[in-house]
Write a protein that binds this ligand. Structure first.
Ligand SMILES: Cc1cc2nc3c(=O)[nH]c(=O)nc-3n(C[C@H](O)[C@H](O)[C@H](O)COP(=O)(O)O)c2cc1C
Length: 397
């Protein structure tokens, strides 16, 4: 072990040209720091990973800092990121007892499509930066788990490549760059066999992501731009200006999109009950209650605390989904009890992907499946469809 560490130390020192740069006096100090990092990372990667946080640690130890910061970070002071996870702690469960919980069923359906667990993979840009398998890996993992991947426009593989390499129905996510691109992408998704369109409406302008600014982050075009290859000008614009290259979205835009496709239309990025109510009236098929994982505008309300009021203003059967802050199976159960049909995971999927590609994502979904099942048992629930607000008490004030 000692010899391996020593060899790695010399190798990394050479790679980063540390030895010629430091004075020999300081060498023991550098030796200790590098040794500490190597031993720690080695320990983390060898560690048995039993929850999503273990994968968080693993991804952090593997990824170069700029890529890690891109996953982990968010808008400005990252207050919303903190609120997203913290507010799940403000929900407490009131379990029922004297119930036969031996047979439990965690399957459910979204837009009539059966899924084996109430967890969907969120659209996440640039997955190919974290593992060569990228969105192909996450989509195959979703299929192994019996669920859906919301395949993002900003991807290292084309939307057609994803369907050619997989077998089930997935959803396709779009931003509204301009009418021509939006229409083109929707038609392509329709032809390729996607079962729904997910329009993200909260990315039009974003706060600065200060970590990315400091790191001078530049993702290579091939890792996220495969679907926009026909629009080289747009790719260049996005990489230079970030989200500023998007067109404004109004209710008229939603009505227009509603008219140009017969595919179910899901709107992602809603926190206001008024928006939710209006969107249902326009005829969209579902809403993702989301603040984009705290990545767009800081201080936006947490998704879990926004959910109850939204649930109150929409029809009983109108499908609501939730993302931003899901880390545990119990978070999924809390979301369902407050009105979500299913939830989405963004960062946890990336921690799995960064660690071990498709297999890592499969592991994340398996861990959540086991946790959801145990959480249901602990709550005295046997069917996802029977979970209701009586299961929880909360105070978000
Ligand atoms: C690195 C990264 C890239 C993302 N890219 C997109 C995207 O292209 N489109 C989108 O609608 N949401 C995107 N999101 C937001 C996710 O879809 C999701 O809303 C968010 O990650 C959920 O929060 P969580 O990370 O706490 O699970 C991205 C999130 C991350 C972490």
């Amino acid at each position: 072990m000692y010899l391996i560490q020593k060899y790695l130390l010399i190798l990394t020192s050479r790679m980063f040209s540390i030895i010629p740069l430091v004075s020999t006096k300081k060498l023991p100090c550098y030796y200790m720091t590098i040794n500490f990092l190597i031993v720690n990372n080695f320990k983390i990667n060898k560690m048995k990973k039993i929850n999503t946080h273990d994968y968080y640690l693993s991804a952090k130890s593997i990824l170069p800092k700029p890529l890690w910061d891109y996953i982990e970070g968010g808008a400005s002071d990252e207050l919303t990121i903190e609120m997203n996870t913290n507010d799940f702690k403000k929900v407490q469960v009131i379990p029922r007892r004297m119930i036969d919980i031996k047979n439990r069923n965690i399957t459910t359906s979204v837009l009539g499509q059966k899924i084996q667990l109430p967890v969907i993979i969120a659209p996440v840009a640039g997955q190919r930066n974290f593992h060569e398998e990228g969105v192909l890996g996450s989509t195959k993992a979703a299929e192994t788990a019996g669920t859906i991947n919301i395949v993002p426009t900003n991807s290292g593989y084309t939307l057609e490549e994803v369907t050619k390499n997989t077998t089930q129905k997935h959803w396709f996510q779009i931003y509204h760059y301009d009418k021509k691109v939006t229409k083109d992408l929707i038609l392509r998704a329709q032809n390729a066999g996607y079962s729904a369109i997910c329009l993200t409406v909260d990315g039009e302008r974003t706060d600065r992501r200060e970590r990315d600014q400091r790191n001078n982050l530049k993702l290579k075009d091939y890792t996220w731009g495969a679907n926009l290859i026909n629009y080289p000008g747009l790719i260049q614009n996005i990489s230079l200006k970030g989200q500023e290259s998007m067109a404004t979205i109004t209710y008229n835009t939603i009505k227009w999109i509603r008219e140009i496709t017969n595919l179910p239309l899901i709107i992602k990025g809603i926190i206001s009950p008024e928006d939710a109510k209006n969107l249902e009236e326009i005829g969209v098929n579902g809403i993702i209650v989301s603040n984009h994982g705290g990545r767009v505008t800081d201080s936006i309300q947490s998704s879990i605390s926004a959910l109850p009021k939204i649930k109150n203003v929409v029809s009983r059967d109108f499908e609501l989904y939730l993302d931003s802050g899901i880390r545990r199976g119990m978070d999924v159960i809390k979301s369902i009890s407050l009105g979500a049909k299913a939830v989405l995971i963004g960062r946890p999927m990336l921690w799995g992907l960064s660690t071990n590609g498709q297999k890592g994502v499969e592991d994340i979904l398996r861990i959540l499946r086991e946790e959801i099942d145990l959480a249901m048992a602990g709550c005295g629930e046997t069917q996802i469809s029977q979970i209701n607000p009586n299961l929880v008490k909360y105070n978000f004030d």
